[in-house]
Design a protein around this ligand. Structure first.
Ligand SMILES: Cc1cc2nc3c(=O)[nH]c(=O)nc-3n(C[C@H](O)[C@H](O)[C@H](O)COP(=O)(O)OP(=O)(O)OC[C@H]3O[C@@H](n4cnc5c(N)ncnc54)[C@H](O)[C@@H]3O)c2cc1C
Length: 301
């Protein structure tokens, strides 16, 4: 289907302003790199998102659902399909100790609402700059807490287009893994089970975590968090540093001086610079330490 015809079909489902043609993905990833998506859509309800997916399936058009693009690299060549960005699906509701959030709700917004409602459990995750959809898909974690520790249940749009309720066991969450990855299963919403605690304790934990992030992470440069997964529970920053790779640069991409498991965009990086630097770090660590690093960030070609 040509792009004009596709746009016209999408306009029967979405408001025109929520359909972006040839959209630079550098605007939608925290690395600030990436070529154009053929089309990017911003559904404003779950129903709209489901109708878009149904259309794309009928027409055999490739699509990917993204949250805040904080764990993503999109290649410089862009994506020849439709990117569905969930940022407008951001409703958050509180029922006693349970917080139910739609997939595009930010972890930071959920954490703020948890604090306002004196609910504890996600303070350690509060600084993760992504959505709950991305966090569940990645089983995001920080400071010894993972999103799986607080998930009560989720709703998922499965590969046959049905909405199914799934528990954390159904999602098979493990270290930075879930069955949502590399599949057409889409996280629609998640309910988190939290515990009542005093406002002061929750607040001071959040502040402590935030200051740890500021002091250890290069937050003043575009990045995508940790590039590589831990090796048998060990942080890989030290392994990369010991291989002499701190400050190694390719084009505008550089291994951070502050945290060697972060690659930063010093200003004019391309996706290719970052991908080539990732390959170089992997190769060097393999040669020097005989360790196989596994990439945590997702790359869209
Ligand atoms: C400064 C910084 C610090 C970070 N710190 C941490 C940290 O401490 N711990 C940690 O785990 N991560 C961290 N990250 C990485 C990232 O923020 C997390 O992985 C986050 O959970 C990704 O959420 P997102 O909404 O940005 O997902 P995206 O990057 O948009 O997507 C990530 C993956 O999930 C898929 N996806 C997104 N939404 C859905 C959905 N609704 N249904 C199905 N699939 C979906 C995408 O297709 C993609 O494969 C950090 C990143 C940055 C930039």
């Amino acid at each position: 289907m040509n792009i004009e015809k596709l746009a016209a079909r999408l306009e029967t489902i979405l408001d025109k302003k929520n359909i972006k043609i040839n959209e630079p993905m550098s605007k939608h990833t925290t690395f600030r790199v990436g070529g154009n998506a053929k089309v990017l859509v911003l559904p404003s309800s779950i129903k709209e998102m489901m109708s878009v997916i149904e259309l794309l399936k009928q027409e055999n058009i490739d699509y990917i659902v993204i949250g805040n693009g904080s764990n993503l690299i999109v290649s410089d060549e862009g994506y020849d399909g439709v990117i569905i960005k969930t940022s407008k699906l951001n409703s958050i509701k509180v029922y006693g100790n349970i917080i139910e959030a739609d997939c595009g709700a930010f972890i930071s917004s959920i954490s703020k609402i948890a604090l306002e409602n004196h609910l504890s459990g996600i303070e350690c995750l509060s600084g993760i700059p992504g959505t709950i959809g991305g966090a569940v898909t990645m089983n995001a974690g920080a400071y010894n807490v993972e999103i799986k520790d607080v998930i009560y249940y989720t709703y998922v749009l499965n590969e046959s287009g049905k909405i199914v309720k799934m528990t954390k066991d159904d999602l098979m969450l493990s270290y930075r893994k879930s069955i949502l990855q590399n599949s057409n299963n889409i996280l629609l919403s998640a309910a988190l089970m939290l515990k009542p605690d005093c406002h002061e304790a929750i607040h001071s934990k959040m502040i402590e975590i935030q200051s740890k992030r500021v002091s250890t992470q290069p937050l003043n440069y575009p990045n995508a968090g940790s590039i590589f997964k831990r090796i048998s529970g060990q942080p890989v920053g030290a392994i990369i540093e010991n291989a002499g790779l701190k400050n190694t640069a390719i084009g505008g991409a550089k291994v951070s001086e502050k945290h060697a498991n972060f690659i930063i965009n010093t200003g004019n990086a391309t996706a290719a610079d970052i991908i080539n630097l990732i390959k170089f770090v992997k190769k060097t660590v393999k040669n020097k330490a005989n360790i196989d690093l596994e990439t945590e960030v997702k790359i869209i070609y």
